[in-house]
Design a binder for this molecule. Structure first.
Ligand code: HEM
Length: 401
């Protein structure tokens, strides 16, 4: 078999079922070379759980510094390499990560989690009154972006614009959007954050930007650009993927009323449900690396300089690890999904991502009886993120169910 789908096209997994494709790839050519196209280089595609896990662990041979998203690597690499946490290699990565982890101290996380729970409960209670609405616009949009903005103390009046930029930075709601739109959106965010970095360095407060702006890494303070890029990575890392998992949860419940009932009636716990939604949704379809040396991977010879893509969507549905992977089982245990990655770059926002999803499930269980689809959800266009930009649904209040 020669896998035929173009993995560089943002519309590929809108037009084709990803799971049928990956099932065949895992079986027939678990590690394969994706041919170059449109003047852009080829790359390795890694699909099995064990191989994806091994790649995430292999930071000595697989570098993040040229970029970790396929599109960016195909365009020649990430200009934030060595400056922003996600695209920095050891040893600097370790120092930068220790600094960034201070943003997630138990005190800060406790405060942010309390706000997430209150905000989510408020939004879910309001839409449960409405009955029919677009879950993406009325609920999902308001939670993750506000959470990161709370963490970074971003003024309320600026958040709407940030959300608009964030929505076009990594994916698009239209099939015809230009690459330039996403570049522009990313630049706008970085410029906005650079202004804030200057401001907070001059007048520090008790917030994460001030903390990053006032710290030293390897004996020197970060430059305003480095501060902005690292705050940007929290914003981009924290907004869209969390938004997509919240939307995916409600969609999953609408399509599988039996599992929703199990959760609502308490037959399965919130913790296993959160993990299963994360596996089921896998908002980040792939992450990528660049090979630093020649080595063998899944029987294939990878050369120094090659781009290697690890497909979480496929790993999370590998039937050698997950029984009946396309069955939504909210009580699934164990559930060794790779939704947050693995190894040295394991998602620093995983606790927050889980907290947001848990708060959503808790609020749904408290207020909502039945969940029904009320139209066709619209998919986002991306070869990096998977999810929906709209989700028309109908909620029946719990008392009536
Ligand atoms: C890293 C997924 C939520 C910030 C990662 C990685 C994955 C991931 C797969 C590893 C990337 C790699 O190995 O190259 C997700 C998903 C989320 C989520 C699916 C939600 C469901 C968040 C949140 C934040 C965040 C809420 C911020 C508050 C980051 C950052 C990194 C990262 C800064 C880079 C870590 C490093 O390189 O050391 N995320 N993430 N993420 N994530 Fe998340």
């Amino acid at each position: 078999m020669s896998p035929s789908l173009d993995l560089t096209d943002p519309a590929t997994f809108v037009r084709h079922d990803p799971h049928a494709f990956w099932r065949e790839v895992r079986r027939e050519r678990p590690v394969y070379w994706h041919e170059p196209s449109g003047g852009r280089p080829g790359f390795w595609v890694v699909s099995r759980h064990a191989d994806v896990l091994a790649c995430y662990d292999d930071w000595k041979r697989l570098s993040s510094a040229r970029g970790t998203v396929l599109d960016v690597l195909l365009r020649g690499g990430d200009s934030a390499g060595g400056k922003m946490l996600a695209v920095t290699d050891r040893p600097r990565h370790r120092h930068l990560r220790n600094l960034m982890l201070q943003a997630f101290s138990p005190r800060r996380l406790g405060e942010v989690a309390a706000k997430v729970e209150a905000r989510t409960a408020r939004h879910v209670a309001a839409v449960a009154e409405l009955g029919r609405f677009d879950f993406a616009a009325e609920v999902a949009e308001h939670i993750p972006m506000n959470t990161i903005c709370d963490l970074l103390s971003i003024p309320e009046q600026d958040r709407k614009e940030l959300l608009q930029w964030s929505k076009s930075a990594l994916s698009s709601e239209r099939p015809d959007s230009a690459e330039l739109d996403s570049l522009e959106a990313r630049n706008e965010i970085v410029l906005y954050l650079m202004d804030l970095a200057f401001e907070r360095r001059a007048h520090p407060g008790d917030d994460v930007i001030s903390m990053i702006a006032g710290a030293e890494v390897e004996g020197r303070p970060l430059t305003p650009e480095e501060i902005a890029l690292n705050c940007y990575s929290l914003l981009l890392g924290g907004d869209e993927s969390s938004r997509m998992s919240g939307i995916a949860a409600v969609l999953a419940f609408a399509r599988d009323p039996g599992e929703w009932r199990r959760l609502r009636e308490g037959s399965v716990g919130l913790d296993t449900a959160v993990e299963e939604i994360l596996r089921w949704a896998t908002p980040g379809m792939h992450f990528a690396r660049t090979a630093l040396t020649d080595f063998t991977l899944g029987g294939q010879r990878v050369r120094a300089g090659d781009i290697v893509t690890m497909w979480n969507t496929s790993a999370n549905n590998d039937e050698t690890v997950f029984t009946g992977p396309r069955v939504l089982d909210l009580g699934r245990r164990p559930n060794k999904h790779l939704t947050f990655g693995h190894g040295p770059h394991f998602c620093v926002g995983a606790f927050l991502g889980r907290t947001e999803l848990r708060a959503l499930l808790e609020s749904l269980v408290a207020c909502v009886g039945e969940i029904e689809l009320d139209g066709t959800p619209a998919r986002i266009y991306s070869n990096f993120l998977y999810g929906h930009s709209t989700l028309p649904v109908r909620f029946l209040p719990r008392a009536q169910a």
